[in-house]
Design a protein. Structure first.
Length: 627
């Protein structure tokens, strides 16, 4: 087993380092690194606007180019078999659009051959790829998005309406529906021609049949609206435009996401806005603020993770022994208190008596709180609340908001309660089943239960806590694992579920708990660590990575520590590997363990290699050191 001096020294070292990295305002700022698609679309938008940001475009180009595989393809994650067609098309198109790569370059010819081998440009799957190509005249406006714009006008009393979609789907669909409605295309001298990579599209009749069921509901609702068709259409266009403009944050971005902000810019051009309009200029400025320098190359984050990282690190440091009165924690808590939201966002439409009090992911986010960020912030401020009554109101409002988000089925969603209409998952676009709605998930439910038990002092004797635990029991996989929606993937979900169940006083010998423990032990790597491939997210069953990562090893260990009263050999072996992983720097320490859209969008949190190991080491020390 690891000697206690090693564990204690690692905790001490991390505490010192994290305190040194803290910003003056109390926050921690790490890169939220996503796939290359945000970089590619930034190039497309800048070239569409004919905005001569040459240094930025060149640096974005260089980051994309550096990620190309020897085969000519681009991958979404390290172990992705062969290559990813959408990622390759996005990269190829953006590199050509930048002007710093040519079709005749050997690397570009390799990329073109890979695209052709996969059936050409028209075989791309993801909606965003299709939309950005369509705006540049390289893809027909996808029939899959031919939902009438009037759909946005359907009232909440309709069997189906716009607010049945998840919040993250809505802010992307609004600009897309505007552009699809207008068949918007904008080209210039720099626009690449991909006609040499265009081949016939293979149809998917099954998804088309499902989509027709959704369209029938939409058209049935539209028939109930009382306006002449032309007036109705104008109203729908105005509504879509207003929907976007009313959700622009102070930094100019739409909902604090770069992807929908880029779409908004193009949709405003489609509506006739001048490219120098203040709304577009402000949006670009907001996007520039999201850029991050990675080893000299520039990356556009989809949404900076500052609030999330700060909340998790402030809580982790306190678990590691840093006093709540320490200047580092005091600064972090003040920062977090200033980030608590006070506005009624879209989430409030699904709550009977809404009271703001949640936290969001990014500091520019003021209207889109989420359950995970809120429980993280409440963990961080809890000890201060007990010492400082000024924080009691923030705590009460945050806890109230968390409880108001519980779904009818007993579980917790990410952003909005009750957004569970499965009919919307029939939209025939890749990832619709994951993004169109916001149902209860094992990771959110488990993390919330862990907060309610370990921090708020509640347990399964409270009805709402019991309902959350019952949801987890009902949604356990046959092999004993749980699927995690926002992390990779079954290790993540199982960790969240187990730590949550134990925190609310589920007995360690409960059959569901023991089955999950057996599963975790069965997938431990030979080196003692754990690692899961992003491929799990697409195939919906556990796929081993074949290597160990810091986050996933920490998650698995933390789950086992929560359950086991004495450390089993697998924990000792895992701790030795975790201590080694904290000093490694290779692809395994940079592997994406955050999930966005299955098969297309994953995230590498640069903070995670510090947060989760520190929490696990601290829990290990607290539970076992004095045995």
């Amino acid at each position: 087993m690891p000697v206690w001096s090693e564990v204690n020294e690692e905790i001490r070292r991390m505490r010192v380092r994290l305190e040194q990295w803290q910003q003056q305002d109390g926050s921690w700022r790490f890169c939220f690194e996503n796939s290359l698609l945000t970089d590619a679309y930034m190039i497309v938008v800048l070239r569409t606007l004919e905005d001569p940001q040459e240094e930025l475009i060149k640096r974005l180009h260089d980051r994309i180019a550096a990620e190309q595989e020897l085969s000519g393809a681009w991958k979404v994650y390290h172990d992705e078999a062969d290559g990813n067609l959408d990622a390759t098309v996005n990269a190829y198109f953006a590199l050509l659009y930048s002007g710093y790569s040519k079709k005749t370059d050997e690397t570009m010819m390799k990329a073109a051959r890979f695209i052709s081998s996969k059936g050409g440009v028209k075989q791309v799957k993801t909606l965003l790829t299709k939309v950005f190509l369509a705006t540049a005249g390289q893809y027909p406006w996808p029939s899959s998005m031919m939902i009438p714009l009037e759909f946005l006008l359907l009232p909440s009393t309709s069997p189906i309406n716009f607010f049945d979609f998840s919040g993250f789907a809505r802010v992307h669909f609004a600009p897309i529906l505007i552009m699809a409605d207008l068949k918007f295309v904008k080209t210039n001298a720099a626009t690449p021609d991909l006609s040499d990579l265009t081949q016939p599209v293979r149809k998917n009749s099954e998804s088309s049949r499902g989509f027709q069921e959704l369209l029938n509901e939409v058209h049935s609702g539209i028939k109930q609206l009382t306006s002449l068709p032309q007036q109705l259409h104008k109203r729908a266009v105005r509504y879509a435009q207003t929907y976007m403009l009313e959700r622009i944050e102070a930094d100019g971005t739409l909902y604090s996401y770069s992807t929908c902000t880029l779409l908004m810019i193009l949709s405003l051009l489609a509506l006739g806005y001048d490219k120098n309009h203040p709304t577009i200029t402000a949006a670009l400025k907001g996007l520039y603020s999201m850029l991050w320098n990675i080893d000299g190359r520039v990356h556009l984050q989809n949404s900076p993770s500052t609030v999330w990282d700060t909340a998790l690190l402030a809580a982790a440091l306190q678990q590691a022994g840093t006093s709540p009165e320490h200047p580092s924690i005091a600064k972090a808590v003040r920062y977090l208190r200033s980030m608590q939201q006070s506005k009624l966002g879209d989430w409030s439409l699904h709550v009977a008596h809404p009271v703001p009090g949640g936290w969001g992911f990014s500091e520019s986010n003021t209207i889109n709180p989420d359950v995970d960020d809120t429980t993280a912030a409440l963990r961080a401020i809890h000890a201060t609340t007990q010492r400082n009554p000024e924080y009691q109101d923030a705590w009460n409002r945050g806890l109230n908001w968390i409880l108001s988000m519980q779904n009818k089925d007993g579980g917790w969603p990410a952003f909005e309660r009750g957004v569970t209409n499965k009919l919307l998952t029939l939209v025939p676009v890749d990832g619709a089943s994951a993004a169109a709605i916001d149902p209860s998930t094992a990771d959110l439910t488990g993390r919330t239960l862990e907060f309610l038990g370990a921090t708020a002092g509640l347990d399964v004797h409270q009805t709402f806590v019991r309902r959350g635990a019952d949801w987890l029991f009902s949604n356990q996989e046959a092999d004993g694992s749980w699927y995690g929606r926002w992390g990779i993937c079954y290790i993540y979900g199982t960790w969240a579920a187990l730590t949550g169940l134990i925190a609310v006083r589920t007995k360690p010998d409960h059959p569901a708990v023991q089955k999950a423990v057996d599963w975790l032990l069965s997938i431990q790597n030979e080196d003692g660590g754990w690692g899961e491939s992003c491929a799990s997210d697409s195939v919906k069953h556990y796929v081993p990575l074949g290597a160990s990562t810091p986050s996933q090893t920490a998650w698995a260990l933390d789950a086992l520590i929560a359950v086991c009263e004495v450390p089993v050999p697998a924990i000792h072996k895992g701790m030795r590997q975790l201590l080694q992983l904290m000093h490694k720097d290779d692809w395994t320490t940079q592997y994406p363990t955050g999930a966005g859209l299955p098969g297309s969008f994953y995230s590498h949190y640069h903070s995670y290699r510090y947060i989760w190991p520190l929490i696990t080491l601290s829990n290990y020390k607290k539970k076992y050191e004095n045995l």
